[in-house]
Design a protein around this ligand. Structure first.
Ligand code: SAH
Length: 364
């Protein structure tokens, strides 16, 4: 307990205030004390619940979407069926189970997981059970084989580090983490001035004192690799995450512990740390790499247009009232627009090789 905090303190004492990007990278993926390298993040007993952990319906819809996409793209064979940041491996398990309805798809697919945490790789292999034998684990997108790619990510981009800038005395400065008189972590304005070119769209040179804005070079570099691969070798990438369609101002860094929001500085390495994804920035990156990015859809619209209600009806048919009520509650959580629901907050962002290929419900 607290080993990462002592290390961060020492580093700040030696090198001065730490950027948010450096802090996030240490908290999440420090090889010894990082959150994803150690903790049990997922599910009721963990810190947060993701869509594939809520219901098998989510993975089945994504699986059916991937099969349709494969047909629409001319059935490339073989192809890489990849997921990045697969957590417990539940989504890929449900996708591969769904793939049994189309043996040609399943045979042509090389299941591939891009995962940084060794501990989670072990969990993923357990979840995939017999499918683990033909699954390949990669460290990075650079290692993807030169063949068509169907990629899915769920709550992956939100976990990649961001930089934050704060408007102070008429200038944008790096927002950093320093130490107070009692050696506790605290927010601090860094010494590095931010140039106009580094600002995200929607942030101007004339904002109020204390205004905050964010950029995510780590996310953009991942999106560039994905888009470049899809542009060169064909395929599509479907990315699901919370975020906004337009770049702008605001502090979206958040920490979660036991399903509650907590102070991001309170317990480095012991709480989940994420931020909202700027889909406008990712769209620009994808287009620059020569790929095509469809306008984003809300998760609610995407799931309903892909037949969530029909699928839920079939899953509930002939089951007890209790099971049917649970399915109804899960559908509401995944696609509804209430405060605790994911339907509006979460967005689906699809990148493909060409705009001319309609991949329903995108571009149709
Ligand atoms: N997709 C899962 C888990 C989301 S949590 C779900 O929906 O349940 C984020 C996942 O991304 C974890 O598996 C984490 O270990 C992984 N991850 C975070 N940063 C990564 C990086 N830079 N490279 C590869 N995987 C990463």
């Amino acid at each position: 307990m607290g080993i990462l905090l002592s290390r961060i303190r020492r580093q700040i004492e030696l090198n001065g205030p730490m950027s948010v990007a450096e802090y996030m990278a240490l908290c999440l993926l420090d090889p010894e004390h990082g959150y994803y390298t150690n903790a049990e993040p997922f599910g009721v007993g963990g810190d947060f619940t993701t869509a594939p952990e809520i219901s098998q319906l989510f993975g089945e819809i994504i699986g059916a979407w991937l099969i349709n996409a494969w047909h629409a793209l001319g059935k490339p064979e073989p192809f890489t069926l990849a997921e990045a940041g697969p957590g417990r491996g539940t989504l890929m398990r449900d996708i591969l189970r769904t793939a049994a309805i189309d043996p040609a798809f399943k045979n042509a697919a090389n299941p591939t997981l891009i995962e940084a945490s060794q501990k989670l790789r072990t969990n993923q292999a357990e979840t995939l059970a017999t499918e683990a034998a033909r699954t390949v684990w990669l460290d990075d997108f650079d290692q993807l084989p030169e063949q068509a790619l169907l990629l899915v990510t769920n709550e992956f981009f939100d976990a990649l580090p961001i930089r934050q800038f704060i408007h102070h005395k008429g200038r944008w400065m790096e927002r950093c983490i320093g130490l107070n008189d009692h050696e506790a972590l605290r927010w601090q304005v860094g010494t590095q001035r931010i140039t106009a070119q580094e600002l995200p769209r929607g942030a101007t040179e004339n904002e109020e004192e204390g205004a905050i804005t964010e950029i995510a070079p780590a996310r953009e570099s991942v999106m560039a690799k994905i888009a470049n691969h899809v542009a060169k070798h064909g395929g599509a990438a479907i990315n699901i995450d919370y975020g906004h369609a337009k770049s702008g101002l605001g502090d979206t860094l958040q920490a979660m512990q036991k399903h509650e929001f907590v102070d991001p500085l309170i317990a480095p390495g012991q709480v989940d740390l994420t931020s909202h994804v700027d889909f406008e920035a990712l769209t620009r990156v994808a287009m620059l790499e020569g790929a095509y990015a469809f306008p984003i859809k809300t998760q609610g619209d995407f799931l309903i247009q892909c037949g969530l209600l029909e699928r839920a009806g079939r899953l509930g048919a002939g089951k007890s009232v209790k099971v049917q009520d649970q399915i109804t509650a899960d559908v509401q959580r995944l696609a509804g627009d209430g405060d605790k629901d994911m339907g509006n907050l979460f967005k689906v962002f699809c990148v493909t090789q060409k705009s001319s290929t309609a991949l329903p419900p995108f571009g149709s």
